[in-house]
Design a protein around this ligand. Structure first.
Ligand SMILES: [Zn+2]
Length: 162
């Protein structure tokens, strides 16, 4: 009977200790780069492996694990952690690159938009200037509009003042 109560207490203590690790992570706790659920999953896997390594080290210190067992367990856990870290690296690169591509593309697009605008206003100015030149000059005698290079009025033949 006492054995059962002791076992119950141990399980209860274990549950209390493990609860923070088993509890689902609140959304706010996910780091900024963990917006992607795959990345968040990898982060939690990595943290779990780190915790497992710490647990194994603790077990070694308390004599629950032999040095040999610890070495084996730690090596396996570190291998897994390294694999997870590599996956995190890959995923982060994948997630960051499209973002950078999009930013570069946005820069290119905005840079591309300026020249046509400049070109448009420049050609407008040119059109205006040409229009002004052709309509600003009138024959002093008959009032007919003159072309820019006219020396004589095309209508009445009067010489044009340059
Ligand atoms: Zn004229």
């Amino acid at each position: 009977m006492w054995f059962l109560i002791a076992l119950l207490l141990i399980l209860l203590a274990g549950a209390v200790v493990l609860w923070p690790f088993l509890r689902p992570q609140p959304v706010g706790a996910v780091p900024a780069t963990g917006e992607d659920p795959r990345l968040a999953e990898l982060y939690s896997q990595r943290d779990m492996l780190y915790q497992a390594i710490r647990d194994a080290r603790f077990d070694l210190q308390t004599g629950k694990l032999s040095q040999e067992d610890y070495d084996q367990q730690a090596a396996r856990l570190k291998q897994n952690a390294a694999a997870v870290l590599r996956q995190i690296d890959q995923l982060e690169t994948q997630l960051v690159s499209p973002k950078l591509d999009a930013e570069i593309e946005a820069e290119v697009m905005s840079a591309r938009e300026i020249p046509p605008a400049l070109k448009k206003s420049a050609s407008n100015g040119e059109v205006k200037r040409v229009t002004r030149a052709s309509t600003d000059r009138f024959c002093g005698r008959c009032g007919a509009s003159l072309r820019p290079n006219d020396v004589f009025c095309g209508k009445c033949g009067a010489p044009v003042d340059q």
